[in-house]
Each structure stands twice: as C-alpha cells, then as structure tokens.
Design a protein around this ligand. Structure first.
Ligand code: ADP
Ligand code: MG
Length: 341
C-alpha cells in the first residue's frame, strides 16, 4: 500500500509538480511549488508580490543544501568528510555541526551526530537492511565520542581523531533547510507562507486572511487521516516517528531512529513526537531526541525547557500528551492529556 501511494505521489509530481515562475505579480498573488529533495517531497507556498521570485530562490537554496548535506551522494561535503576522515566544510555544514553538538549535549546524547556508522550497519543509507551483529554494534559504539571531532574554526576544517567516525545530519538537515527557506521569504518581503518538507511544516505569519494556519499532524496509525490538528502562526511543527522509514525481518519491525545507548531502533512507549518551536533546526533535532528518550524523559525534558518549545507526544496505546503552551490550539479525536509545567 505504502509503495502504491509513493508511486502515485511521484506520478502526481511528474505530471503537475515542479515550479514555474511568472514575471509580474500583484499583492494578492500566491505561488506554490513541489520539489523532491533530501529524499523527500516538499511543498512550498508563499503569498504576496514577490512570491514567485522567493520560491525560485528557495528552491535553489534547498538544492544547494541537499548537495552539501546528503550523506548518500558520494561527492557531498559530508560524504567526503566521512570517507576521508577530514575535510574543509562550508559555513552551512560547520553551522550544522556546531548546532548538532549543542543539541547532543543538551539531550544527554539522545541526539547523536556521530550515529552514521550505526545507520550504515543497519543498512538504512543503502536500503540494504540487516540486523547487525552485536560485535558490529559494539564497534560503532567506539566511534560515537563527539569529543573526538576536531574542529579548526579559523580554517573551516574538521577531522576525526578516530578512524571510521562519520557524521549524519539526517535528524536536523530538513529543519535547518526550512529555517533557511523562511529566512529567504522574509528577506523577499513575504509575510504569509507555509512550507512542508516531507511532513515537517514551518509557517511564516498567519494565513493571508489573518486566521491561523491549520497544520495536520501525520498519524502513525494506518487508515487515520491525521493524529490531530494544530492551529499556529510563525512556528515550525516537526514530527519524528518510527513509521516513516523502516524494514521488517522475521516479523519484527526496525525503524530509522536509533537509540545510541542500545544501538537498536528506539523502542519505548512513544510512536510519534511533534515539536513546535520558532526554530526549525532545534525542532527537528529535539523531535529525534525526544523520540529516543521515551515518554517520561521527554515530558521531563519539556518541563525543564518549556520556554523553548512545545510538544505533542503519542504513545503505543494511542494516548496523546500535549504541553500546556499549545493545548488550546490542538484538537484531536484521541484521548488527550495536558502536560503542565
Ligand atoms: P525524518 O528525517 O524521517 O523526518 P528524524 O528527523 O527523526 O526523521 O531523523 C531521522 C534521521 O536522523 C535518521 O534517518 C538518521 O539519519 C538520523 N538519526 C537516527 N537516529 C539518530 C540519533 N539518535 N541522533 C541523531 N540522528 C539520528
Ligand atoms: Mg529530527
């Protein structure tokens, strides 16, 4: 079913997707554009006079970032660094490295940018999936230490002190990209926009009619239209779930968000984590991290950082937990618990 749906989406994108940019636009203009980049489908919609030009610029920026950050393209900056163990990085990639190290520290290693050797061991980058032997996982553990990343800020170079270490920004790249798109929109004078990078949404301002954007959060349950609806303005709404990329072996499902402590896909009460935050990059990093933490730790983490973000958690038994900063703006047909500060 999933495959049929994906094929259909590709077909729709091929038939009516892509971006065509006009020349003259009035104040009530709107422009929309579908892109396939970073291994996912993206839709950008902007309103106002310069929306065509802003979308064109945004599309170029997305493709530029995709080229730099894609671990899968052999000549990307990150792939070359991973292959050679050292390299010169652009400001974008250095910024992502610094931010990912900050988030890693703050989340006590639940978010781990050095996870890539383990992603490879599970076969996620090549889709040649397998459950790794314990000895392989043990070896990956020895490559996790972020203190072994050497960064020369003046030269813009990075090297690993241990052979085999590799970086992965898959958990934050889309969030950084959505921040960058929103920045381009702002600089172009756009005041109302919504972008969706494979289920990760970021909004600028409100809808052109002054009402809030209504963002449908994807549900992990097949057959569900969505998990709930959040009414929001000027925020990133970013979800991590084990249902997005996974494989099955001997009746067991293994997904793509790995708990660095066990070396196995995070396996706790949570099936979905949505972070609502001004900053898309932070939202993306935290969605991955809180998914790894599990329900109690995620709630505690939010309580300690409630000024920074809001959260919507869903558990295996279909209970929803929403932080009190957004509970009035969220509607769902599931049983909902409000998390207090
Ligand atoms: P998605 O990219 O599907 O929206 P996430 O934002 O949660 O979902 O990112 C998952 C990706 O992050 C994985 O595909 C992998 O590249 C990377 N990753 C997996 N586990 C971790 C982890 N514990 N810390 C940091 N990155 C991770
Ligand atoms: Mg993430």
């Amino acid at each position: 079913m999933k495959r049929i749906y994906t094929c259909f989406l590709i077909l729709v994108l091929l038939l009516c997707g892509g971006c065509s940019y006009g020349k003259t636009q009035n104040e009530n203009a709107s422009s929309s554009c579908d892109i396939f980049a970073m291994d996912t489908y993206m839709t950008l919609t902007a309103y106002g006079k310069n929306s065509d030009r802003a979308l064109e610029e945004a599309e170029n920026r997305i493709n530029e970032l995709d080229k730099k950050l894609s671990t899968g393209s052999p000549d990307s900056e990150i792939a070359l660094l991973n292959k050679n163990g050292s390299g010169k990085l652009s400001d974008d990639t250095l910024y992502l490295l610094d931010k990912s190290l900050e988030i890693s520290k703050e989340t006590n290693g639940a978010f781990l940018p050095t996870i890539y050797p383990l992603m490879e061991a599970w076969g996620f980058p090549t889709k040649d999936f397998k459950v790794p032997d314990d000895s392989v996982i043990e070896n990956c553990f020895s490559l996790f230490d972020t203190d072994l990343i050497n960064e020369n800020k003046k030269e813009g170079t990075v090297s690993f002190k241990k052979q085999g270490m590799k970086l992965d920004f898959g958990g934050i790249a889309k969030g950084y990209t959505s921040n960058e798109v929103i920045e381009i929109f702002k600089k172009s004078g756009i005041e109302n926009a919504i972008i969706n990078l494979g289920g990760n949404v970021q909004t600028l301002g409100k809808k052109p009619d002054g009402s809030l954007w209504r963002v449908a959060i994807q549900s992990p349950n097949e057959g569900d239209e969505y998990l709930g609806i959040l009414e929001i303005s000027d925020k990133a709404v970013i979800t991590s779930g084990g249902y997005e990329r996974y494989f099955e072996e001997n009746g067991v499902t293994y997904h793509h968000i790995i708990d660095p402590k066990t070396g196995y896909p995070a396996d706790n009460e949570l099936v979905s984590v949505t972070i609502v935050c001004d900053d898309g990059l932070l939202a993306d990093g935290l969605s991955t991290a809180l998914f790894v933490m599990g329900l109690d730790e995620a709630i505690q983490f939010w309580q300690n950082h409630s000024e920074m973000f809001d959260v919507i958690l869903m558990t295996k038994d279909n209970e929803i937990y929403v932080s009190d900063g957004i509970s009035d703006l969220f509607s769902t047909t599931y049983e909902m618990n409000v998390i207090e500060r």
